[in-house]
Design a protein around this ligand. Structure first.
Ligand SMILES: [Zn+2]
Length: 161
């Protein structure tokens, strides 16, 4: 089993939904929204990231066939099956860490105390939740609400199926 911090990803725009799932698991994941494959490969090499793509041309490149850079050619167009393939191929650690990275910008979340977020979250959330995290980049506030529970439960299903 790998340590979670060892693996980082770069997600091609043809499998963009994987970015959120991997961030929920706590994996540092860049979303690459450009058609410039050379730039994506250069970034992956420089930062030691695994490329996830559906582009068969990318995985034929010498830097990948030679094993210098790792890339996974995603088979399915369904996000659930894509995620399953990634988890399977890399034997991803199932001790995932929701609540560590911003799902939108991949920044490490920071702890906020309840009083600090009082005016930033809906009143019913404030009344029922005690733990909050904030993204230092986009300032979204995260809490362990039903949306998170639904997503992590879905993830557990992929892992076990
Ligand atoms: Zn953010």
């Amino acid at each position: 089993m790998r340590l979670i911090s060892e693996l980082k990803f770069i997600v091609d725009n043809n499998v963009g939904k994987l970015a959120k799932w991997l961030r929920i698991m706590g994996y540092d994941t860049l979303f690459f929204n450009s058609r410039n494959d050379a730039h994506m490969i250069a970034t992956a090499l420089a930062e030691g990231r695994v490329i996830l793509t559906r582009d068969t041309q990318i995985v034929k490149r010498r830097v990948i066939t030679s094993g210098k850079l790792k890339a996974i050619l995603i088979q399915s167009d369904k996000p659930e099956l894509q995620m399953h393939q990634v988890i399977d191929t890399l034997s991803l650690d199932c001790q995932f860490r929701p609540f560590t990275l911003c799902l939108e910008c991949n920044q490490a979340l920071v702890v906020r105390n309840k009083q600090e977020v009082k005016d930033l979250v809906p009143p019913y959330v404030f009344q029922t939740q005690n733990q909050y995290m904030e993204c230092p980049a986009c300032h979204r506030i995260y809490w362990r609400g039903t949306h998170w529970q639904a997503m992590t439960q879905k993830l557990e299903k992929f892992i076990k199926s």
